[in-house]
Each structure stands twice: as C-alpha cells, then as structure tokens.
Design a protein around this ligand. Structure first.
Ligand code: G
Ligand code: G
Ligand code: MN
Ligand code: NA
Length: 255
C-alpha cells in the first residue's frame, strides 16, 4: 500500500486525534486557550506526529478532508470547555495550511462548523504561516477578510521564520503574532534574538496585535518574556500538548 493510500485509509477509518497545547497568560498563569495539534493513532505505527504525515497530506490534497475534521473536532471540544467553565472567551487555535487556504469553500466550511458546534467565531483563532499565504497573497487576503468579517481571528504562526515582513502584518487581517520558538530559544543566550523579540513586541504594540511566544522551555526564558511585556506563551515549561481529557483536567484544576 502506498503512503498516500495508507493516509487516505486512515482518514476514512478516523484514526486521528487532537492534542491540545495550553496558551497561558504569562502575567497570571491562567490558560486562555489551546492550540489543537493533530496526531495519527496508527494501529501499526502507534502515535504518529504531524510532521510525518502533514507534508504528504498537503501534497495529495488529503489535508482538506483531514483539516476539515480537525476544525470541527477542535471547535466542538472548545465549545464543551467553554460550557463546562462558563467562559465563552476560551480560545481554540487551529493550524491551517496553504492548500486548505486555496479551497474555494473554506469560508463556508468554517461558518458551517461554527454554526454546528456553537463556538463563538471570536473564539476561533486560525493559525497561518507566511509561506501559506505567499502563493497567492491577494486571494489569501480576500479569504481572510471574509473570515474576519464572520468574527474569526488570525494568528501569524512561526513569526520570524521565512518571509516575515511588516508588510504582511498590514496586508492581512492578523490579530496575533506567534514568535517562533527559535527566538525564544536564543532569548537568554544571545543579544540578537533578544533584540528581535523586543522589536516584535514593540511593533505588535504599535499595531495593536497580541503576541504569543512559542517554545518556552525554561524559567529564564519565561522571566525574560514577562519583563519584556510579552503577555501570552506556550511551551513545554508551561505544558506539553495534552490529550483532550488531560487538557480538561488542567482547566478544571486551575479554576
Ligand atoms: O504537534 P507538533 O509540534 O509535532 O506539530 C508539528 C507541525 O505540524 C507544526 O508545524 C504544526 O503547525 C503542524 N500541525 C499540527 N497539527 C496540524 C493541523 O491540524 N493542521 C495543519 N495544517 N498542521 C498541523
Ligand atoms: O508550527 P507550529 O508552531 O504550529 O508548531 C508547534 C509545534 O511546536 C508542535 O509540534 C509542538 O509540539 C511544538 N512545541 C510546543 N512547545 C514546544 C517547546 O517548548 N519546545 C519545542 N521544542 N517544541 C514545542
Ligand atoms: Mn501553530
Ligand atoms: Na509556530
């Protein structure tokens, strides 16, 4: 069986699940939301991480079917958490790849999922990378504006990697910038990474954007980010991505 056939069969058999990595308010320690990260629970291969199947899913177009499932599952779970906590502001972040962005019915798909799950549009954060929108920036911007008109929010993922430019922040309706973990990693070890993080925070403040730092792994990084005024973060220090039940336990334990 080819890898493509195996992946298609896995989708048909619904062998995927989501893990959820908490996004934390660095000032209070409160969990403000979760990023959904897909895994393949393969009967033969065990729990397969996304970097081992997302690229193939993108090449073959299977990402559209898989991505639709991810979106629906994440929104469904997010709404359950909101109802359990009585907190409609809890955010759910979903990664969207380039190919998904080119689907003609993406806006309709998202609107349908929001309607059927009952998740408030403003609680959904779609994470895109600059590379994902650079194929056809004008079209991507138009799609994003239509989604934004529904109330959906956007995060620019892996900021600092690839083509990062200030122009993109103006051109696309971005609400959140996610500082790539490479810079967080270097933050307390070299001056240039610290300056880059500082510059992103200053720029974000000027543009009215939220900032989430990714890949926080130690206390020195956390302290530095707090000092610099970075308000949100993710990383193994705060929590690894968790199965839904563990994420629920974390949420209810903290409130
Ligand atoms: O979970 P992990 O840290 O191993 O994720 C690796 C990569 O896979 C990340 O770049 C992440 O954005 C991507 N990824 C995880 N889940 C999804 C998903 O549901 N859809 C898409 N398009 N990418 C995902
Ligand atoms: O591309 P994206 O930012 O969506 O990828 C998120 C990826 O980063 C996931 O694979 C997630 O498991 C991983 N990740 C989350 N926190 C940390 C961390 O503190 N350190 C490292 N090395 N990876 C992390
Ligand atoms: Mn992401
Ligand atoms: Na990222």
């Amino acid at each position: 069986m080819s890898d493509e056939t195996a992946l298609g069969a896995a989708i048909a058999r619904q062998e995927f699940l989501l893990h959820y990595q908490p996004v934390v308010d660095l000032r209070t320690g409160a969990v403000t939301g979760f990023e959904a990260l897909v895994r393949w629970q393969s009967p033969e291969r065990g729990l397969v991480p996304p970097d081992q199947f997302i690229p193939l899913a993108e090449e073959t177009g299977l990402i559209n079917v898989l991505g639709r499932w991810v979106l629906e599952e994440a929104c469904r779970q997010g709404r359950l958490w909101q109802l359990a906590l009585g907190d409609p502001t809890l955010q759910v972040a979903v990664n969207v790849s380039a190919r998904q962005f080119q689907q003609v019915d993406l806006v309709e798909q998202v609107a349908t999922v929001l309607r059927t799950t009952g998740l408030p549009p403003a609680s959904l954060l779609l994470e895109i990378t600059e590379t994902a929108v650079m194929g056809d920036p004008a079209k991507a911007a138009a799609t994003m504006r239509r989604l934004a008109a529904h109330g959906v929010r956007f995060a620019l993922d892996d900021f600092g990697q690839g083509y990062s430019s200030l122009g993109h922040l103006k051109r696309f309706p971005i609400d959140v910038v996610k500082i790539d973990k490479e810079f967080v990693d270097g933050l307390t070890r070299n001056a240039s990474d610290a300056q880059i993080v500082q510059a992103v925070l200053t720029m974000a403040q000027a543009l009215g954007l939220e900032v989430t730092a990714e890949g926080i792994e130690d206390h020195a990084q956390l302290d530095r980010l707090r000092t610099l005024g970075c308000n949100h973060g993710q990383g193994y220090l705060l929590s690894r991505p968790l199965p839904a039940a563990a994420a629920t336990a974390l949420l209810t334990a903290r409130t």
